[in-house]
Design a protein around this ligand. Structure first.
Ligand code: AMP
Length: 154
């Protein structure tokens, strides 16, 4: 039976897998929606973290949230892109992790989210943990500890 106990995967921490803040595209909550849409389209990401001017994590904004916010009854109200601020459209209820959290905590939260933000005790943004990074580590673990055993037995 496959057992994930006392293994190096349990010693893996969020900090070992996260993308650090300086490499993460982000927008500020006071930015107009237009700016957020430009960042999302230019980076190709479907969502990015929202920070305040002191680098505290505030929420997440996605292309879908922006498009929904400018949908009128009969037309897309493009002028809203410069009138509305990111703060009024972003999702605030988003789970976060701490960089000292373990692999299993990371795995649990990325089940429902393609990425999760990593913040410190004071709410400062440290980076993101992506579902891709968690799956990559899990895949490596399974190959090293399970698949190889299966091959040597067979
Ligand atoms: P990935 O697993 O690389 O496909 O990333 C999943 C999601 O995480 C992307 O769609 C983005 O929303 C977010 N993401 C990944 N890398 C970055 C980054 N460097 N900056 C901002 N957001 C990112």
């Amino acid at each position: 039976m496959l057992s994930i106990q006392s293994t190096e995967i349990q010693q893996t921490k969020v900090k070992d897998l996260m993308i650090h803040a300086e490499k993460v595209a982000n927008v500020q909550s006071q930015n107009p929606l237009e700016h957020a849409l430009l960042v999302l389209v230019k980076t190709g990401y479907s969502a990015v973290p929202v920070l305040d001017s002191d680098f505290h994590f505030e929420g997440v904004i996605s292309k879908t949230m922006i498009i929904e916010s400018i949908l009128g009854i009969e037309r897309i109200e493009v002028e809203k892109l410069s009138n509305l601020r990111v703060k009024s459209v972003m999702e605030k209820e988003f789970p976060t992790l701490n960089k000292e959290d373990g692999f299993m905590q990371g795995l649990k939260v990325v089940v429902d989210h393609p990425f999760v933000c990593v913040v410190d005790e004071d709410g400062y943004f440290d980076g993101i943990l992506t579902r891709r990074a968690i799956l990559k580590r899990l895949n490596q673990y399974l190959h090293e500890n399970f698949y190889q055993n299966e091959q040597s037995q067979g």
